[in-house]
Design a binder for this molecule. Structure first.
Ligand code: ADE
Ligand code: ZN
Length: 326
């Protein structure tokens, strides 16, 4: 119990958070009403009851549907504010949040509406909680290269407000190689690069993310552990893994939370971090994810401090700011 309190109070950064995945059912209902959007649920309880997934695609289908209530700037601001308020309560001092512009532009919501709303929430969080944040623009990998290039084009006026590009959505069948040219262009534009890889996809996808997308950080990365040479490479290069324990459990990437590989990652010398991914859908914010790792008994206070420290080391903050947080 002491350990839970210690872990909860550790200052931390969150590096793997889809802002659309922080849409709680209560806010979904409120926005549906405000925007007069019909949703296929009768109650908040019915929404929560639908959150039972057997794989990534199961989840994505319901996640994209939920995002339909987001229509105007104010909705994106309210979404971000709700997340930052919750994160601040978990001692999150800095967050690098993903957003999926294509989920919105494909419904006729402009890129500028999405970004303006999110930036308003980010400014408010800094003023209210001293919580700093950065934006990561994710391309939906089930869509084609041309659509990703169009999204990158829409981001051009906002380049000074976007830290990085990422790659998410359905992994298997959509390897990193599909976006090699888009990521090369993003790099030329001065953006950092991250990608979801090795969540459901094979170690070969992690190799591609390194060699073809030139990633600065690896999202999930669980299946890299199947390839010892890859593990050595990732440990030597100091690659940060943004690991999401409760997501892994809910999406059946693992069968049992007590068998989560994060302890193994640390022992292998990998720079692992703990994150919540889509907290409204997976049953917990970042402290719930840390707390879920306690019962297995494999991590001590020092390990948890390392995980929190890794979250700052793996962030895209400059070195002086990272030092101030450690
Ligand atoms: N989009 C939101 N959460 C995701 C995840 N865990 N994997 C891939 N795409 C996602
Ligand atoms: Zn994710």
């Amino acid at each position: 119990h002491d350990l839970a309190g210690f872990v909860a109070g550790l200052p931390k950064a969150e590096l793997h958070l889809h802002i659309e995945g922080s849409l709680e059912p209560e806010l979904m209902f409120a926005l549906a009403k405000r925007n007069r959007v019909a949703i296929p649920f009768d109650s908040v309880e019915a929404v929560r009851a639908a959150y039972s997934f057997s794989n990534l695609q199961d989840f994505l289908d319901i996640y994209y549907q939920g995002a339909d209530v987001l229509r105007v700037e104010e909705d994106f601001r309210d979404l971000a504010t709700a997340y930052f308020d919750r994160a601040a309560a978990d001692a999150v001092r800095h967050a690098e949040i993903f957003f999926d512009p294509q989920t919105h532009t494909d419904r006729g919501i402009s890129f500028d509406v999405v970004v303006t709303g999110l930036l308003a929430g980010m400014a408010e969080a800094e003023a209210k909680h001293g919580l700093t944040s950065k934006l990561i623009l994710c391309f939906l990998r089930h869509l084609d290269e041309e659509a990703a290039f169009a999204t990158l084009k829409a981001a051009e006026p906002w380049l000074d407000r976007i830290a990085a590009v990422g790659l998410d959505s359905s992994e298997v069948g959509h390897p990193p190689s599909k976006f090699e040219r888009v990521f090369a262009r993003a790099g030329e534009m001065g953006l950092l690069r991250v990608a979801h890889a090795g969540e459901e996809g094979p170690p070969a996808y992690v190799h591609e993310a390194l060699d073809l997308l030139h990633i600065d950080r690896l999202d999930h990365g669980n299946r890299a552990l199947e390839d010892p040479a890859l593990v050595t490479r990732l440990a030597r290069s100091g690659m940060t893994f943004t690991v999401c324990p409760l997501s892994n459990l809910k999406l059946c990437v693992i069968d049992d939370i007590d068998a989560h590989p994060i302890e193994r990652m640390l022992r292998l010398g990998l720079r692992a971090t703990v994150n919540s991914d889509d907290p409204a859908y997976f049953g917990g914010y970042v402290n719930d994810n840390y707390r879920a790792l306690i019962p297995a008994g494999k991590l001590d206070a020092g390990d948890f401090a390392t995980l929190a420290r890794n979250s700052f080391l793996g962030s895209f903050l400059d070195d002086a700011t990272v030092s101030r947080h450690l």
